[in-house]
Design a protein around this ligand. Structure first.
Ligand SMILES: [Zn+2]
Length: 221
């Protein structure tokens, strides 16, 4: 069993936040407590850790705390923000890769892919990937879907543009070999008990039903 969790920002944001973004920022202390819980598991690799939005805290806090615990993570980069204040620059991305982290695409402009016309979606998927491949000097084939916004057309476009897997925000557990891999977001309001439940992939029966129905609908329509 694998559980995917998403970190966004850690500590104090160094850029203007988007609407409804603040709840996804956590303190450095919360971040370290979650990593300690993961590192203490019999098999820490059963947790697939990811970072979305390419905030500068990925490299300032995320990388050193991960490496101190022997953990690795996927970093999903918004290429339209590379080098902007508060966001990773190209050399940060190379540093992450050189430290054993995986670099993937979060698109160019932080759009909900399920709402985009086909040409704009194609641009988000291909331009971001091309930029990252140029920086990384190797194939980039993973995507973190912004806002968990996908449908059948998004999954098809991801496959057609060469992605080998896509990480969503459907919570619960994932099949680590599937194309679509659900994850759950860590939020600032969460308690340690919430963190433990998240890492365990626990969902109530009601939420499990809603997840099943929601994922089925999004995959097919
Ligand atoms: Zn995002």
């Amino acid at each position: 069993m694998t559980v995917g969790i998403i970190f966004h920002g850690i500590g104090t944001p160094k850029r203007a936040l988007e609407q409804d973004e603040a709840p996804y920022w956590i303190s450095e202390d919360q971040f370290c407590r979650v990593l300690d819980m993961i590192a203490a598991l019999p098999d820490p690799n059963q947790i697939r850790i990811s970072f979305d939005d390419s905030n500068i805290s990925d490299i300032e806090v995320g990388l050193p705390e991960l490496t101190a615990r022997g953990l690795v993570a996927d970093f999903f980069v918004l290429t339209g923000r590379i080098g902007q204040a508060g966001s990773l620059d190209a050399s940060d991305i190379v540093t992450l890769q050189n430290q054993g982290m995986t670099i993937g695409s979060h698109g160019v402009d932080h759009m909900n892919w399920s709402t985009l016309p086909a040409d704009k979606l194609h641009h988000e998927l291909t331009a971001s990937r091309a930029t990252l491949e140029q920086i990384c000097g190797q194939t980039v084939a993973t995507a973190g879907i912004p806002f968990g916004g996908y449908n059948a057309a998004v999954l098809k476009a991801l496959r057609q543009t060469g992605y080998t897997c896509a990480y969503s925000s459907d919570c619960g557990t994932m099949d680590p070999n599937a194309f679509l891999r659900p994850r759950a977001s860590v939020q600032g309001k969460m308690s340690d008990a919430d963190f433990r439940a998240l890492i365990a992939g626990h969902l109530s029966i009601k939420r499990r039903m809603r997840r099943f129905i929601g994922m089925t609908r999004k995959r097919l329509t």
